[in-house]
Design a protein around this ligand. Structure first.
Ligand code: SF4
Length: 212
């Protein structure tokens, strides 16, 4: 019997872009810790999940919609998917709730685009746009799924797939701006791990020089 393909949760793509080690700690080692940032994000998602379904002025809104892509080996849940039925062919639009405000990196857009790829495969439609709703600004940001974002998303899916298939947690690389916001900093200990690796490299160099 063929081995079943290990499905990648959509959230893992965002974790991978934030830090591949964080992605491995959460999804390969099942480590999780909550901090202020993750707690605020979870509360926002729980609010979205509670609402169910509604139809208003020709737009059907589904909350907490399960998603999957057999082709890409993805699984997850969309906060909200709008089916705008005012046109002849319904326009499908995923919407994701995020704490904070729009960021300089594209992790939120990649996660949303991966949702669009799942919806396209599940519903056999083209999904041209989605939106991110940020808690701090209380504004929707329109996200077009153009060729560049689709290529970036497929690249992140491939890298995350390689991480899952390799089943190995990458070493820690301490970056204050990133690590000081990371809920797994206590489990990861990036500064200690970094020093241990430098010490190992120093020792290896010393042993090599003795052989020469
Ligand atoms: S503490 Fe830093 S290196 Fe460790 S998992 Fe978090 S972001 Fe990655």
């Amino acid at each position: 019997m063929e081995d079943a393909v290990r499905l990648i949760p959509l959230s893992a793509l965002q974790h991978y872009l934030f830090c591949p080690r964080q992605c491995a700690l959460i999804h390969l080692e099942q480590q999780w810790a909550e901090n202020r940032y993750t707690a605020e994000g979870r509360i926002l998602h729980e609010r979205a999940d509670r609402l169910g379904h509604e139809r208003r002025r020709g737009v059907h809104t589904a909350m907490a919609l399960p998603l999957a892509s057999e082709r890409l080996g993805l699984t997850g849940v969309a906060d909200v998917v709008e089916f705008d039925e005012r046109e002849q062919r319904a326009i499908v639009r995923p919407i994701e709730y995020k704490r904070g405000r729009p960021k300089a990196h594209r992790a939120d857009e990649v996660q949303l685009c991966a949702q669009a790829l799942c919806l396209e495969e599940m519903l056999n439609v083209e999904v041209g746009h989605g939106a991110l709703f940020y808690g701090k600004t209380r504004r929707r940001k329109d996200v077009p799924f153009d060729d560049e974002l689709r290529a970036l998303t497929l690249g992140v899916i491939a890298s995350t797939r390689a991480l899952f298939d390799g089943n190995r947690t990458p070493p820690a690389v301490y970056e204050a701006k990133r690590c000081d916001r990371c809920s797994l900093i206590d489990a990861c200990q990036p500064q200690v791990m970094g020093k241990q690796r430098s010490a190992s490299r120093w020792l290896a160099r010393q042993l090599q020089s003795l052989d020469e």
